[in-house]
Design a protein around this ligand. Structure first.
Ligand code: FAD
Length: 463
């Protein structure tokens, strides 16, 4: 009787608790098989970007080769939406003669509903379901002394670290080494979109090399450089985490084994950022309303956001006349990724200064990000728009020009993505004069910062 592993956003064979358990239960008469069920219409409804679907297809290709080399078949199936998963899976179980299905939990509501229905359906059909905790560094639920979920990150982080020290975070042993060179490729699925494969390789070796290189040579300076968008100072591992090509325990392990990390990992800024990922995932579970296009703070639902298509299009296209904002939006369009400081600035710009509904920006990010992750993206947007849990205070409205001067002082990042401004001096590049704009073919600023800021503060004050 086959032990079947259902892969979703955990596209790897290393540090994989579901594979670990399936392998433990397998015998000569009970082999391991794997399945991935594509749900293109569901992904579209969730605004998943073509780029992310492209990377997903490339990771599945790699996974197929890795598994085939180890004698495990990866079944690639498709159904429109999550609703179809239970029948698709049950049929495969019947064909394979499968007794047990293994998978990792996921945090968003739709995914959890899909899993509850599927587990009930399979169990009714006599198939055992083994559900392992979600892909987090600390998989335990982090609760305060009153057994309540945290709404503020700092105390969450304190408790999270305590639990981390009590947990076994050793990456899970799964498969032995194998040579994949003789395994042939599978055809590219119709739902795979284009993405910058030159920037984001999909093979495990490159992904692990990137992780180790960051831990060995960049983690020590991360705290000082992580806000400078022109620097490759962050790990850029997010697309792989979003699709589970790397496991969070593998990151922790690489951190602990690195020269600087061996003594400093527990106090490192990088660990703290990784904890934000767990925090936002847990919020989805404890506060279901945030899964349903609702703000964490119900009072902010009264806000009447502005509808201005000209402003919206300018923001989307990187034509707002604020160089740092436009450079950031073009980084997103051109690479499928955006630096964290710039995600905060562009999100604050749309929601506070253009005063447009943060949900539109949230969807736009998902439609373009290679690392689109519902929990982190929703959390980041709610934080930036001051409508979320432990969000930016409403009177904090980033000044895009001051932020640009502070975090891109020589305009290095702006020059990279706005070549039309490359000839400007280090001072004017943050806010060119009218003549400079004209000669560079760059638009005037679409809003007056001070007036827009004042408006946002007044609206929030009245809530
Ligand atoms: C408006 C907005 C939208 C965002 N949307 C996403 C998204 O769709 N997907 C996504 O993975 N992250 C998102 N983030 C969080 C963060 O910007 C990215 O995780 C980070 O820029 C990825 O780059 P990195 O891998 O180099 O991160 P590093 O700085 O190297 O951090 C390592 C990992 O920690 C996690 N992480 C770091 N910062 C955060 C954070 N603030 N919140 C949650 N997790 C974090 C990520 O998994 C990241 O890959 C968003 C932030 C904002 C403000």
């Amino acid at each position: 009787m086959t032990q079947l592993v259902w892969l979703r956003n955990d596209l790897r064979i290393t540090d994989h608790p579901a594979f670990e358990q399936a392998l433990n239960l397998s015998t000569a008469n009970s082999p391991v098989a794997a399945v991935h069920i594509a749900t293109p219409r569901q992904w579209q409804q969730h605004n998943e970007s073509p780029a992310k679907c492209g990377l997903r297809a490339a990771l599945l290709q790699q996974l197929h080769r890795q598994l085939a080399a180890r004698g495990v078949t990866l079944h690639l199936l498709e159904t429109d939406t999550f609703t179809g998963c239970q029948d698709t899976l049950a049929e495969l179980c019947k064909t394979l003669g499968c007794s047990d299905v293994h998978w990792l939990e996921e945090s968003p509501l739709h995914e959890r509903q899909r899993d509850t229905h599927t587990a009930a359906f399979l169990q009714e059909n006599g198939i055992r379901c083994h559900i392992q905790p979600t892909d987090q560094i600390v998989s335990a639920t982090v609760l305060n002394q009153q057994n309540q979920p945290y709404k503020v990150f700092t105390p969450f982080y304190k408790r999270w670290r305590e639990l981390l020290l009590q947990s076994d975070t050793t990456p899970r042993a799964t498969f032995n080494e194998a040579d994949i060179s003789s395994v042939s490729d599978i055809p590219l699925p119709h739902w795979a979109g284009d993405y910058r494969s030159d920037l984001w390789p999909a093979d495990t070796e490159s992904i692990h090399r990137q992780m180790h290189r960051f831990c060995q040579s960049k983690m020590a300076s991360y705290g000082n450089l992580r806000d400078i968008p022109s620097q490759p100072a962050t790990s850029q591992i997010s697309p792989y985490l979003a699709l589970g090509a790397i496991g969070p325990r593998e990151l922790l392990n690489a951190m602990q084994l690195s020269a600087w990390g061996a003594d400093h990992w527990l106090e490192s800024d990088w660990l703290r950022e990784l904890a934000w990922r767990d925090f936002y995932r847990q919020l989805l579970i404890h506060f279901p309303r945030v899964n349903t296009h609702k703000a964490f703070r119900p009072d902010t639902e009264q806000i009447r956001w502005q509808q201005n298509d000209t402003h919206w299009n300018a923001w989307c296209q990187g034509l707002t006349g604020f160089p740092i904002i436009d450079a950031a939006m073009r980084q997103l369009q051109q690479t499928g990724w955006m630096h964290n400081r710039l995600r905060m600035l562009t999100a604050s710009f749309l929601s506070k200064l253009l005063f447009q509904d943060w949900r539109k920006g949230e969807a736009f990010f998902m439609q373009h990000l290679l690392d689109g992750d519902f929990a982190a993206n929703n959390g980041g947007w709610q934080w930036s728009a001051s409508v979320g849990c432990d969000a930016a205070p409403y009177f904090r409205v980033f000044n895009p020009i001051r932020q640009s001067e502070k975090f891109d002082p020589e305009g290095t990042f702006i020059r990279r993505f706005l070549p039309e401004l490359a000839s400007l001096d280090d001072k004017s590049i943050h806010n060119p004069g009218s003549e400079q704009r004209q000669s560079c073919g760059y638009p005037e600023a679409i809003i007056d910062y001070s007036a827009a800021r004042q408006y946002a503060i007044e609206v929030f004050k009245q809530l």
